[in-house]
Design a protein around this ligand. Structure first.
Ligand code: FAD
Ligand code: NAI
Length: 475
């Protein structure tokens, strides 16, 4: 007899595993189909985020920041060291341990919530009274039945035509997180989130990093003032080399590394490097999902078509996370996972894409939520801006992390907060207050009247709110 479940989730990344846990909490019999295997051939839960994304990248980020502090920054505190060294193998082993603890943690949560893990590749095999999902692994396949299906198949790195990724010399995120030595010269194609985060990791550890970006503008997705400050810090102070407006030409591999030929507005150039990272965006995973078998609609960008509640074109079939429209961020996928579980249970879960925070984990960090000045101008919205620097904040000075600022944008007429943009240490933590403000339709005055602990970085948010009303107290 076929196994039958109330809900079958395809994919156990953050969107899928969270959807499954919430479904189980709500009392549904739940199974998750997941095919991920690590390099030892062991099945793993957690998807891109836990295995080759958010978690390992932040582990390396911390190691590389510690190394840079020790090697170059502690002198200011009167702490001197000689012969600071980085043991890359140990750094990677620490990262792998964190990954394995977290992926193991999800296995524990599945057992705790009585979620069945169906190991293998999942695809639609038919529909009738119930959906049929085929789970294929190691040459054999089984069909299971589901009343509801949640597709959470995530995304994979986009590669460039004619440039094969071997994850040894030419790498996507998978290889770039696993170098076993610091490359002397690292090339990165794409100055987006991965290029900047991982480029910074290997720069801090001693690589000479050159980033090649197709767009003529740096960090076009961020607020212009933030992008300008980031350029000043990353390029002028930290020595990251970034070429904008490039057109990549021939890439050749020789015994001594890789040569990238490219063009900028200033003419033809070549870049010689030991390793090359290709980080030019990600594509949704919809291949071999049996979409045609059941008539599931996929849009021209390859995303599964969904409405605001992540309902697809098929009844009782939902899709969440990177495989649908919206930012490709783990927390956005997790919130969608909770929403669909609650909708399946007849509740009214929802996700507000307008208040999803963005964080770029560089040093200093960049974080924002809501609209940028450019977006407000384009929409013809009259607004006021208030900005305060970290350089006058006592906590930031104590931490030796004084770069950057907080900027708050509020509607001119109502004072309602429309966007908050931060570049600075711990921006990833500080943005939570701004998300709350947007979600609760707070005014800038609300932030100005809230008591912020002293001394703390959060005081810069307070000061920016005061600055918006031209009554900053510390500048
Ligand atoms: P995924 O995490 O991609 O998981 C999808 C899962 O589905 C995979 O396990 C896959 O094996 C499985 N699957 C796919 N097809 C099938 C099938 N047919 N059958 C069975 N299983 C299938 N986001 C942040 O918010 N913060 C960060 O700091 C951050 N850092 C990142 C760093 C890097 C280097 C990268 C690459 C990404 C980062 N992201 C970050 C993005 C984040 O990883 C993704 O947004 C998130 O993982 C998407 O979750 P998901 O569940 O939709 O998909
Ligand atoms: P991205 O979309 O952030 O950046 C890709 C960059 O490559 C863009 O600037 C683009 O203009 C450039 N590009 C595209 N084609 C190019 C070409 N042919 N030559 C040169 N440049 C080219 O994509 P990235 O960095 O690959 O990351 C993918 C996604 O993963 C992110 O958009 C984000 O959603 C997620 N992510 C999130 C993180 C976080 O939240 N901190 C960290 C890392 C990834």
């Amino acid at each position: 007899m076929r196994k039958s479940f109330e809900v079958v989730v395809i994919g156990a990344g953050p969107a899928g595993y969270i959807a499954a846990i919430r479904c189980a909490q709500l009392g549904f019999s739940t199974a998750v189909v997941e095919e991920w295997k690590n390099d030892r051939g062991e099945g793993k839960l957690g998807g891109t985020c836990l295995n080759v994304g958010c978690i390992p990248s932040k582990a390396l980020l911390e190691s590389s920041e510690n190394y840079e502090r020790l090697a170059h920054k502690f002198g200011n505190h009167g702490i001197s060291v000689t012969g600071a060294k980085i043991d890359v193998a140990k750094m990677q082993a620490r990262k792998d341990k964190i990954v394995s603890e977290l992926t193991g943690g999800i296995e524990f949560l599945f057992r705790k919530n009585k979620i069945t893990w169906l190991k293998g590749h999942g695809k639609f095999a038919g529909s009738g009274e119930k959906y049929l999902v085929e789970v294929a692994a190691g040459g054999s396949a089984e069909i299971v039945e589901a009343n509801h299906v949640v597709i959470a198949t995530g995304s994979t790195a986009r590669h460039l035509p004619g440039l094969a990724v071997d994850n040894d010399t030419v790498c996507d995120n998978i290889g770039a997180l696993a170098f076993n030595a610091v490359p002397d010269k690292l090339g990165v194609i794409g100055a987006g989130v991965i290029g900047l985060e991982l480029g910074s990791v290997w720069r801090r550890l001693g690589a000479k990093v050159t980033v090649l970006e197709a767009l003529p503008e740096f960090l076009a997705a961020a607020d212009e003032a933030v992008a300008k400050e980031a350029w000043k810090v990353f390029v002028k102070e930290q020595g990251l080399q970034i070429d904008l407006g490039v057109k990549i030409g021939k890439v050749s591999r020789g015994k001594r590394g890789i040569t990238v030929e490219y063009e900028t507005s200033e003419g033809k150039r070549t870049l010689d490097c030991d390793k090359l990272v290709v980080s030019v965006g990600r594509v949704p995973n919809t291949r071999d999902l049996g979409a045609d078998t059941v008539g599931l609609k996929i849009d021209e960008r390859g995303c599964i078509e969904v409405d605001e509640y992540c309902r697809t074109s098929l009844p009782n079939v939902y899709a969440v996370g990177d495989v649908v429209r919206g930012p490709m961020l783990a927390h956005k996928g997790m919130d969608e996972g909770v929403m669909v579980a609650e909708r399946i249970a007849g509740q009214s879960g929802c996700v507000n894409l307008d208040t999803v925070p963005w964080v770029i984990y560089t040093a200093p960090e960049i974080a924002w939520v809501g609209k940028s000045e450019r977006q407000l101008k384009a929409a013809g919205v009259a607004y006021r801006a208030g900005q305060a620097p970290f350089s006058r904040n006592g906590r930031a000075m104590g931490q030796d992390e004084t770069a950057g600022f907080v900027k708050i944008l509020a509607e001119a007429k109502t004072d309602r907060v429309l966007g908050v943009h931060i570049i600075g240490s711990h921006a990833s933590e500080m943005i939570a207050e701004a998300v709350m403000a947007l979600e609760f339709s707070a005014s800038a005055e609300d932030i100005a009247r809230i008591c912020h602990a002293h001394p703390s970085l959060s005081e810069v948010m307070h000061e920016a709110a005061l600055a918006l009303d031209k009554r900053a107290l510390h500048s």
